[in-house]
Design a protein around this ligand. Structure first.
Ligand SMILES: Cc1ncc(C[n+]2csc(CCOP(=O)(O)OP(=O)(O)O)c2C)c(N)n1
Ligand SMILES: [Mg+2]
Length: 401
């Protein structure tokens, strides 16, 4: 078990977790009152994984998560008032009330969302890592996603690129044992999720996601490897959500006893007990953390309630980024010289004509389309390759026969 840090750090960790817990409880209550609309996914029980992670990130690092991320934004420094207002769909919300619970976004605090598509944040994390690398910044991206997210195609594609391009990204699986109502052993062939990226050259480790200090240690090491060694890694944190998958979950897939067993490992209660037991914090400070959380969250609900709804005629505002992209570039810097076939003059004439015409077969006479394997492009391509590779030319001649 990792040693306790100094009293100020312990207090901060405890206070953050208590705030997120209380925020989520209130969000659930406001959803019942129909003040918060859309879907609502609460992370009650997962606070140590969230706060342990953000507590060792630098301001310039990026965090990207899923649709269960009210706490992630708050842990990153987003004003709880603005998160609550977003849940309420009000103008003072993080996305002007247009995103709702699943799309909290705060670029200023480098909290990059908030995504409803399972696994959808993974390639974006690779993009953030690539941007840091390309700009020569030493910021690291932490990408948090669920156990279910490891089954998506995006997972494999992202691991491949992250390893290939040595992207400064830490991938963190919040393994809460279920993807909606499906248990890990029923949805993943490999149940040791930390191993799922090994084949791509991304090593993984496991950590107790209910222990804020263990998470800190694991994440700090992953961030260090990303920042100093340009090595992406995977960290699997075992955690548990006490509430249903979303607000509308009858929870028929698990027993009450299982939930209670995990509640025994409660990340906030146990950390508070440990701090008090070790004499690092007093009972009074623990109570103070809880009271402050209470005040902050009640104020957030009041703030959200008072914030106006967006006027109807602004419905189409703030939906798309309309600034120009800063430029286009090739990413393969290990062999920046053009690869075979990439030079314009090495393009087969037919292909060039078609490309210049703007569309395949544009300007061609009506009728049966040419078979490129027998006539046209493929043959021209082969002829061109004669200089590059005698072997290919021989094979092509054999095919002709
Ligand atoms: C691509 C895609 N498929 C299916 C869904 C529906 N869906 C929403 S959440 C979810 C479960 C994901 O579980 P996990 O990744 O473990 O995250 P958790 O909800 O446990 O935090 C599914 C299947 C979706 N949003 N996106
Ligand atoms: Mg899950």
């Amino acid at each position: 078990m990792p040693d306790l840090p100094d009293a100020a750090t312990c207090y901060e960790l405890l206070a953050r977790m208590a705030l997120i817990r209380r925020f989520e409880e209130e969000a659930g209550r406001q959803y019942q009152r129909a003040k918060a609309g859309g879907f609502l996914h609460l992370a009650i029980g997962e606070e140590a994984t969230i706060v342990g992670t953000t507590s060792v990130m630098r301001d310039e690092d990026f965090l990207i998560g899923t649709y269960r991320t009210h706490g992630h934004a708050i842990a990153r420094g987003t004003d709880p008032n603005r998160v609550m207002a977003e849940l309420f769909g009000r103008v003072d919300g993080t996305s002007g009330g247009r995103g709702g619970s699943m799309h909290i976004f705060d670029a200023e605090n480098r909290f990059m969302g908030g995504y409803g598509i399972v696994g959808g944040n993974l390639p974006i994390a690779a993009g953030l890592g690539l941007a840091s690398q390309y700009k020569g910044e030493d910021s690291v991206t932490v990408c948090m996603f669920g156990d279910g997210g490891t089954n998506t195609g995006n997972f494999g594609e992202t691991m491949n690129l992250a390893a290939l391009w040595t992207l400064p990204v830490l991938f963190l699986v919040e393994n809460n044992l279920y993807g909606m109502g499906t248990a890990v052993e029923r949805h993943s062939a490999q149940t040791d999720l930390s191993k799922k990226a090994e084949g791509y050259g991304i090593p993984g480790t496991r950590v107790d996601g209910m222990d804020v200090l263990a998470v800190r240690e694991g994440v700090a090491e992953g961030i260090r490897m990303a920042r100093e060694d340009a090595r992406p890694t995977l960290l699997e944190a075992f955690t548990y959500r006490y509430r249903g998958h979303s607000a509308a979950d009858p929870e028929v897939y698990r027993e009450r006893e299982e939930v209670e067993e995990w509640q025994e490992k409660d990340p906030i209660e146990n950390f508070a007990k440990r701090c008090v037991g070790a004499g690092v914090l007093g009972e009074r400070e623990v109570q103070q953390a809880r009271d402050t959380a209470e005040e902050t969250v009640l104020a957030a609900a009041e703030f959200a309630e008072a914030s106006p709804e967006p006027p109807l005629d602004t419905m189409y505002e703030s939906l798309y980024a309309t600034t120009d992209p800063s430029g286009w570039y090739a990413v393969d810097e290990r062999s920046p010289e053009p690869h075979r076939g990439e030079r314009e003059e090495s393009m087969p004439d037919t292909a060039r004509e078609l490309a210049e015409a703007g569309a395949a077969y544009a300007g061609r006479p009506e009728g049966p389309r040419p078979n490129p394997a027998l006539e046209g492009d493929a043959r021209e391509g082969t002829a061109h390759n004669v200089e590059d590779s005698g072997e290919q030319a021989v094979n092509a001649q054999e095919d002709e026969g």
